[in-house]
Design a protein around this ligand. Structure first.
Ligand SMILES: *[C@@H]1O[C@H](CO)[C@@H](O)[C@H](O)[C@H]1NC(C)=O
Ligand SMILES: *[C@@H]1O[C@H](CO)[C@@H](O)[C@H](O)[C@H]1NC(C)=O
Length: 273
């Protein structure tokens, strides 16, 4: 079982297994837009403490309509090189590229999974792209069985990002089957509730504050474990960012209180400030 810490500037996943010999993954998840911020909120590659992380995931690369992997922003290729360059000082560090992310809808992925030929073409594309920038693997909200072995280079890591929303997992993911293929499942336990619901809720509830125990990360992880996913293949992503919400009635601050349909994101250090 693993814990992942998600902060806007860097999100970490920590994994430990239930064996006597524990191995931990501390996966730091870096949002690509953080380097666009103004000081003092700017966060760049050289702000990453590679000693804190066993893995760094950069969010994210995208797909174009011909199913090639492309950068989100001009200049991201330079960031890729400086990210994977962190390995020269931290040889054990693994750097992964998240492919997908919110700007890439499911349409392109649907095309990829449609036929074996399309899956193979995408696997070839992904391996070539990741190798070109010296990445060690990829995380994706969708995954493919890919021949990612090489004779001289270590195998690339393949990680599946899944939501911690049990309804969506039931609709979208076969976790038992996925766990056989991927190195681990990255359970993204954030934004489970939001202003679109019109009611004040925690967006990342470890245990449910209400009688509905299914509304919790704890419940979700139990479901995944009950689906025979080995615990050492589960990383729990914990957000260290927060959201600000606007109460419709400023005097009603209870859970479930009406809220406007908008939110801002604040960083861990901004919450503390
Ligand atoms: C733990 O690691 C040690 C040293 O590698 C090994 O001898 C031992 O069998 C391992 N124990 C378990 C439960 O895997
Ligand atoms: C997608 O990206 C690839 C690689 O950069 C490029 O060769 C291809 O022309 C692009 N496709 C479209 C439709 O822009």
């Amino acid at each position: 079982m693993a814990i992942s810490l998600f902060i806007t500037l860097s999100m970490a996943f920590v994994a430990c297994n239930a064996q006597e010999n524990r191995t931990y993954r501390t996966v730091c998840y870096v949002e690509g837009w953080t380097h666009w911020r103004d000081e003092p909120n700017k966060f760049e590659t050289n702000d990453i403490d590679s000693n804190l992380c066993t893995h760094v995931v950069w969010n994210h690369g995208e797909l174009n309509s011909t199913l090639n992997i492309v950068v989100h922003d001009n200049g991201d290729e330079d960031i890729y090189r400086s990210l994977t360059g962190l390995k020269s000082d931290a040889p054990e560090l693994k750097v992964l590229l998240d492919i997908g992310g919110w700007p890439v809808g499911s349409e392109e992925f649907t095309k990829i999974v449609a036929t074996p030929a399309a899956r193979q073409a995408f696997a070839d594309e992904a391996v070539a792209y990741l190798r070109r920038f010296n990445f060690d693997g990829t995380t994706m909200m969708e995954t493919f069985e890919a021949e990612v072995t090489g004779s001289t280079t270590p195998r690339l890591l393949l990680v599946a990002g899944i939501t911690a929303n049990s309804w969506q997992i039931g609709q979208s993911f076969e976790v038992t089957e996925m766990a056989k293929t991927v190195d681990w499942l990255d359970v993204r336990a954030f934004d489970l509730h939001g202003p679109w619901e019109g009611a004040l809720r925690h967006h990342s509830t470890l245990f449910s504050p209400t009688a509905d125990t299914s509304d919790s990360i704890d419940h979700m992880i139990q479901l995944i474990v009950n689906d025979n996913v080995p615990k050492e293949k589960i990383d729990l992503g914990i957000p260290l960012f927060g959201h600000t919400l606007t109460l419709t009635d400023p005097t009603n601050t209870d859970l479930g209180a009406p809220i406007a349909n908008s939110q801002e994101t604040v960083n861990y250090y901004e919450v503390r400030a």
